[in-house]
Design a protein around this ligand. Structure first.
Ligand SMILES: *Cc1c(COP(=O)(O)O)cnc(C)c1O
Length: 392
């Protein structure tokens, strides 16, 4: 038998193309913002996770520059060796205060935070009950932990209750996205918390798309649902989305954070984030706390879009967040629509399986506080042009 790697890879790539699942990257030659440049052409973007419009905010750029002046560029080592700087430490304290939790711990990305927490806390003896639509990093985390993962139907608390009723695990986990990344709906956290209490389960919420955006003060879905640190003992948030920088954090009790420092492998065995990024993120938190207008403006844009889309008869999903997916179902058609939009100067990417379940291909439209009413009008008229009526 000859193993020809090149031939195998070529055939796998061909298959991916044939299924309309081939992924390719666009090269953006401007800062990340609602108005982008791609190959020298201007595009109006409705697909980033920069919900508050902070990624290219002048004050944040200055803070990053000041951070680099003060701390240099690289962190040089992991947190437990010599890479944990004053900037990281200050950001952890600020994140703990912001989320109203005893402590917070920085990770280099949300993906790593999820892997680190779940593998440090769960093992073979545990059951992890995970929402079917949870982010890929939570699925990988559960797999890596060796725990038994059971995925319950999306936001179906009754189904979850039945499973917990039957199970004899004395310390199960319930893990959910706060805002579901591809659907934009919010987990029923109050009910999940009640279920967790009833069955002595530990509830973990990954609020990558909620932090900074949802809740009166932007503290996320936990604030929105009025829950506390006891009801949701493990909170994961990311810094690369609404906060406009990079990295992630876990917030919870003193003991939780200490055990992660001792045992979370994705915390221990990796180089700390550049300290200037941590320094700049302090400014993100300040902007979130002082500029509530960003969240209010976002809400107004979402309302404007939803009422316009309803008039056009577009197939929206139930969401009050800046994630407003438009169901197209057929991947090939969705790709054509996305290309037609791009020709109109609008950037929206089609999200296809396996990122989402079969037959639920969608255009994942997202809004940013940097969008204007005119931008939303432009989007609506472009959608009207490229999506045949009664056919989406
Ligand atoms: C983006 C995302 C992550 C990963 O965060 P990164 O910092 O980009 O690695 C984790 N969970 C959810 C729900 C996400 O949307």
């Amino acid at each position: 038998m000859t193993l020809n790697l090149a031939a195998e890879l070529t055939s796998r790539l061909a298959k991916q193309k044939q299924q309309h699942r081939y992924r390719s990257r666009r090269v953006i030659d401007s800062p990340q913002d609602v108005e982008l440049q791609c190959n020298g052409k201007p595009l109006l973007s409705f697909c980033s996770n920069d919900y508050l419009g902070l990624a290219n905010h002048p004050t944040l750029i200055k803070a990053l520059q000041a951070g680099a002046e003060r701390y240099g560029v690289g962190s040089g080592a992991s947190h437990l060796v010599s890479g944990h700087s004053q900037a990281h430490h200050a950001l952890e304290e600020t994140l703990a205060e912001f989320t109203q939790r005893p402590r917070a711990l920085l990770f280099s990305s949300g993906y790593m935070a999820n892997l680190g927490v779940v593998t440090a806390l769960a093992s073979k003896q545990n059951n992890i009950h995970a929402d079917r639509l949870n982010h890929a990093s939570l699925i990988d985390a559960a797999r890596l932990s060796g725990a038994t993962m059971r995925r319950y139907p999306h936001n179906d608390i009754e189904a979850l209750n039945k499973r917990l009723e039957k199970s004899n695990d004395d310390r199960p986990f319930i893990i959910t996205d706060g805002v579901f990344s591809m659907d934009g709906d919010i987990a029923s956290l109050s009910q999940l918390a009640a279920t967790a209490t009833r069955y002595h389960a530990t509830l973990m919420v990954d609020d990558a798309h909620g932090i900074g955006v949802i809740g009166e003060n932007g503290r996320g879905t936990i604030e929105y649902c009025g829950l506390n640190n006891y009801e949701v003992p493990i909170l994961v948030g990311t810094l690369g989305k609404a906060l406009g920088t990079a990295g992630a954090f876990v917030a919870g009790s003193e003991a939780l954070i200490e055990i992660l420092i001792q045992q979370a492998r994705t915390y221990i065995y990796t180089t700390a984030l550049p300290p200037a990024i941590a320094h700049a993120t302090l400014t993100s938190i300040e902007l979130i706390e002082t500029e509530a207008w960003r969240r209010e403006h976002l809400q107004a844009l979402v309302k404007q879009f939803r009422s316009g889309a309803e008039q056009l008869g577009l197939n929206l999903m139930p969401s009050i967040t800046p994630i407003q997916p438009l169901l197209i179902n057929d991947s090939c058609k969705a790709m054509r629509i996305s290309e037609a939009l791009q020709q109109q100067g609008i950037l929206i990417s089609a999200i296809r399986p396996p990122t989402i379940p079969e037959n639920t291909t969608r255009l994942r439209i997202t809004f940013s506080a940097n969008h204007s009413e005119q931008h939303v009008e432009k989007l609506l008229s472009a959608l009207d042009m490229v999506i045949p009526t009664n056919d989406n």
